[in-house]
Design a protein around this ligand. Structure first.
Ligand code: SPD
Length: 371
């Protein structure tokens, strides 16, 4: 599959970008200055005109090649980009006092936690007319019922990318990720809620369980699984491991699975039974953002129909932008699992804020990783 309007495949583009695929690294696009200081100096919150700068803190490999240059061309605003590998890393960074970021990209449950923790600010919707393009199914979701603090960026699922030529067609459960015959040939996500979620799903429980007994059972499952794993990685790191045959099965976000499958026909993506996760990532503005006006402009730009289509055609994730749908690459829409049949959609769960039980999830994941 080729990205629209380009003559290179996404795989080749990634190689050209080099560091862009590495979670947790810093890539300053169109500028060499990472922007994580508290000084900002933009004057946005002080009322004066803002500097022509914007600092984006994003998941790795989550903008198209055209996204940031297009914004700079349209607005004259120079964008720097840093990367985080999980929602918990993003929250930790903000709570540790990083105030240099203008736009961040938290998932569903993390928006709720960030509102509660008072680390994000209300959007200025008068500056985001493209809000009209967002499909109604992606507005007013439980984590931000009036979209005061967030607007959707991309959505997808979490499942298993695997080599069907080597492993054979998997049954539809999570069990393969615990199968001793694949010892050393499997990886799970370095994402506490997703990985504990996989164990909860395997046991037939909800990803949002607050039940101590269920969580203990999940912990025991993960401790059984841990010695069988190559490790816990960002999804963008699992993808090449499976593509290169270093491992046979990997817990991944759907876009990484679809990208891998489009370049290696031996691979397949399973959204296991009985349940798996459907998630939405969102754009928000942290408190203390140095350039909030620029941030609202950037959010509006992402919600443009063509910009949104180019984004999904690059990331291989789904778009919440209804106006973008006609321009989504038909080959992408045809990939099994990209367009969700209603029976699959209905068995997917959305990760929610579990309140005080969050600490228990974090304790479990820390212990499992070091077991
Ligand atoms: N490479 C970008 C991946 C973004 C995935 N966000 C997923 C959140 C799942 N809870």
């Amino acid at each position: 599959m080729q990205r629209r309007g380009t003559s290179i495949s996404r795989g080749k583009f990634l190689k050209m970008m080099g560091a862009a695929g590495v979670a947790g690294s810093t890539l300053s696009v169109l500028s060499c200055q990472p922007n994580t200081s508290a000084t900002g100096g933009g004057g946005g919150s002080g009322g004066g005109p803002e500097e022509k700068e914007l600092a984006l803190y994003n998941w790795s490999d989550y903008v198209a090649g055209s996204t940031i240059p297009g914004f700079q061309k349209e607005t004259g605003i120079k964008v720097t980009q840093d990367f985080f590998a999980s929602n918990e890393d993003l929250l930790g960074k903000l709570q540790a006092g990083a105030t240099g970021y203008d736009v961040i990209v938290p998932s569903d449950y993390m928006v709720a936690i960030m509102v509660k923790s008072d680390v994000i600010q209300k959007l200025d919707k008068s500056k985001i007319p493209n809000i009209k393009n967002v499909g109604e199914n992606y507005m007013g979701l439980s984590y931000d019922p009036n979209n005061e603090y967030s607007l959707p960026y991309q959505w997808g699922t979490t499942g298993i990318l695997y080599n069907k030529k080597e492993v054979g067609k998997l049954d539809s459960s999570w069990d393969a990720m615990w199968d001793k015959q694949f010892e050393g040939k499997m990886a799970m996500l370095a994402d506490s809620r997703e990985t504990i979620g996989a164990a909860l799903y395997k046991l037939g429980y909800s990803v949002n369980s607050k039940n101590q007994d269920q969580l203990q059972e999940a912990e025991a499952e993960l401790k059984k699984q841990q010695p069988l794993l190559r490790g816990y990685f960002a999804s963008t790191e699992v993808r090449p491991l499976v593509m290169n045959g270093d491992i046979l099965l990997g817990h991944v976000y759907s876009g990484d699975a679809f990208l891998a499958m489009s370049e290696n026909e031996d691979l397949d993506y399973l959204i296991p039974n009985p349940r798996a996760t459907r998630w939405t990532d969102n754009m928000s503005i942290p408190n203390g953002a140095p350039h909030p006006d620029n941030a609202n402009k950037f959010i509006n730009y992402i919600l443009d129909a063509k910009v949104g289509a180019a984004l999904s055609n690059y990331t291989y994730y789904n778009t919440p932008n209804e106006a973008s749908l006609p321009d989504i690459d038909p080959a992408l829409k045809d990939l099994p699992g990209y367009t969700l049949a209603s029976d699959i959609f209905e068995r997917l769960e959305v990760i929610e804020d579990v309140g005080k039980t969050t600490r228990e999830y974090e304790r479990i994941f820390t212990e499992v990783k070091s077991a």
